[in-house]
Design a protein around this ligand. Structure first.
Ligand code: BTN
Length: 254
C-alpha cells in the first residue's frame, strides 16, 4: 500500500445522499486523510468517503499518532471548493454531534459528550476524534474531515493517547459491525450537512450545549505542548467555544 492511492478500493454508492454518495472501502492504507488530500490520480470527488479497515500511519491532532488496528472505524470525507476553512468549523462540530448521537442511539446511553474542539467522550474517556486538514497547494479550498472511532479495536494499542480512551466494545460488551455504524453515521452527517449549507447550524446550538463536555466546570485543555484551565460555557453560532479563563470571558477558536 502506498500513501498515494488505495490499491484495492471497493466502491459502495448511496444516491439518496448529498455527501457520502460514494464510499470507497480499502483493507489497509497509510492514512485516509493523507491519501484523500494528495490523490494524484484524482480518484476522489467532493463529498466522497474513503474508509479503511486499518491505517499504518493514522494521525491525530498536533501530529500525534492515531493507532488504527483492525476493529476501529477510520474514514475521511473530502470537500472541495471551500471558500474559507474556518467557515467549515461549525460543520466539523456537527460531525462530532453525529458521532455522539449514533453512539447514544445505539447504546441508549446519554453520557456521550463533545469535548472542545471536536472529540467525543463517553463519560471521561475519549471514544472518537476528528482531524480536519486542508491541502496547502489548494489554499484551503480542499479539505478532509477524518474521523476515528474506537469500536472494537483493542485498547492497549491506544495507550500512547494523552486522554484516557475507551472503545464501544468495552462499554457494551458487544462487537459492533463497522459497516452498519458507518452507514448510520454517514446518513446523519449528510442530514446535518444539508442543514449546515442551508445556514441552520444555530438550530443545533441547544443540543450541542446540552452535550458539551465539562460544561460550567473547570477543564484542563491541552493544545499541543500548552495547557490552559478554562470553564466551558457554550458553543457560539460560529462554532467556537465561549469559556471563562482567569475570570474573563474568552472565545476559543480552532
Ligand atoms: C484526534 O483526536 O487527534 C483526531 C483523530 C483523527 C483520526 C482519524 S482516523 C481517519 C483519519 N485518518 C487519519 O490519519 N486521521 C483521521
Amino acid at each position: 500500500m502506498t500513501d498515494q492511492s488505495p490499491s484495492d478500493p471497493e466502491l459502495f454508492t448511496f444516491p439518496h445522499r448529498q455527501i457520502a454518495k460514494r464510499v470507497f472501502k480499502t483493507r489497509e492504507i497509510t492514512s485516509t486523510n493523507d491519501v484523500m488530500l494528495k490523490d494524484p490520480e484524482k480518484l476522489f470527488h467532493s463529498g466522497d468517503v474513503l474508509w479503511s479497515l486499518r491505517q499504518s500511519k493514522g494521525r491525530g491532532r498536533y501530529d500525534r499518532v492515531w493507532n488504527s488496528p483492525q476493529g476501529g472505524l477510520y474514514f475521511s470525507i473530502l470537500f472541495e471548493d471551500i471558500p474559507r476553512l474556518s467557515a467549515f468549523y461549525p460543520y466539523v462540530l456537527l460531525c462530532a454531534l453525529a458521532i455522539r448521537n449514533v453512539l447514544a442511539d445505539r447504546t441508549r446511553e446519554d453520557f456521550f459528550t463533545i469535548k472542545w474542539p471536536n472529540d467525543v467522550y463517553a463519560d471521561y474517556h475519549k471514544i472518537a476524534g476528528i482531524l480536519i486538514q486542508s491541502h496547502t497547494a489548494y489554499q484551503g479550498s480542499r479539505a478532509v474531515i477524518g474521523m476515528g472511532i474506537n469500536l472494537n479495536n483493542p485498547m492497549q494499542h491506544l495507550s500512547n493517547l494523552r486522554s484516557p480512551a475507551i472503545s464501544l466494545y468495552e462499554l457494551t460488551g458487544n462487537p459492533t459491525e463497522p459497516e452498519s455504524f458507518l452507514e448510520d453515521l454517514l446518513d446523519r452527517a449528510d442530514a446535518y450537512y444539508r442543514d449546515f449549507i442551508h445556514l441552520r447550524f444555530s438550530h443545533y446550538l441547544p443540543e450541542l450545549n446540552r452535550v458539551l463536555y465539562s460544561k460550567d466546570k473547570s477543564l484542563i485543555l491541552t493544545e499541543g505542548k500548552h495547557q490552559r484551565i478554562v470553564i466551558p460555557r457554550e458553543f457560539t453560532k460560529d462554532g467556537y467555544l465561549k469559556c471563562e479563563e482567569d475570570g474573563e470571558t474568552v472565545i476559543l477558536m480552532v
